[in-house]
Design a protein around this ligand. Sequence first.
Ligand code: ACO
Length: 346
Amino acid sequence: MPIFIRGTGACLPGKVLTNDELSRRVDTNDEWIRTRTGIRERRIASEEEASSDLCYHASLRALEAARLGPETIDLILVATITPDTPFPATACYLQQRLDCRPIPALDLNAACSGFPYGLHLARQCLSGDPHCRHILLVCGDKMSSVTDWQDRSSCVLLGDGAGAVIVGRPEDSAEDGHPENSAGKSSSEGLRLRIIDVLLGADGRGADLILMPAGGSRRPASPQTLEQREHFFRMDGRRVFRESVQVMGECAEEILRRNGLSAGEIDHLIPHQANIRIIDAVAQRLQIPPDRVAITLDRYGNTSGATIPIALDEALRAGRIARGEKLLTLAFGAGLTWGAALLQSE
Ligand code: ACO
């Protein structure tokens, strides 16, 4: 049964943190950050805002684009590594704020691969449960809450944001607000995106390459963990760089191969936004020209799992995606996890 993305939305906090501002906090400079990462600035949430707040605003926009109300949602999936609290799930805070029915709501932790992981789960739930018609999938992170502002190699990379999609089944009618049956246009210009395929992978042998060392059951918070700055994002940047180029390239080739497609048939590559050099290397390997590659990291940095739905939302709202085009989204992140989703606009 075909499953569709029916609407998208994003939320980026208003506060902009530029490279120049960062260079007043740590020993870095705009030229290094721009040339080594492609990032010019990132958005930072206020102290009062938590991940669920970013998710809430992205969800409202996605619901509006899908012309659906919160009461029509049958399941909430929130992909986050910066939950409001370790428990309960951020999805429950979001459910309460959206005033949904008492539907199931859960978080998933796949770091920067949250979007393809969530899309896969949403697709399976919709295919397997006739009572499940609309799923809200939100990827949202307040990465600034786990950023070590003394570590120049990681603090320059991260930003805050959320991206949401409404995933639904095809037999929709005017009552549930299918864009084609509604007056006016959705933000996506009436397009919906059919999920052709999703491919996922993980390799826990790389778990130590990107992690927050403490605050879990292995190393609960203590004065020692605080002193050793173990409640912050840590990464072996060079190894992650090498792995991500290799794995994202292989993942893209595999999903194209098993769907009988060539990279030349992909109209839009929407990769996870971690480093422009990683994106360029993957695009080059696939021989996809730069004008077909979505870039947001220059303005938002790495917002973890939110980068792909934010870029997707931006491309749709800017009218860059035409009917009948094929999109390939590609993710890689902590775990290690990775994933790809093939979509077609209809
Ligand atoms: N400003 C100035 N110099 C810096 C900075 C900085 N912000 N950061 C590092 N340097 C220095 C290093 O100290 C090093 O100096 P040295 O040679 O004197 O030791 C030099 O620059 C080169 O360091 P490298 O680590 O080799 O720099 P590289 O070109 O690899 O860039 C970076 C580092 C940007 C972190 C890169 O490795 C990278 O992007 N890695 C992948 C990140 C990623 O994909 N993350 C995704 C996962 S995130 C998630 O899952 C939530």
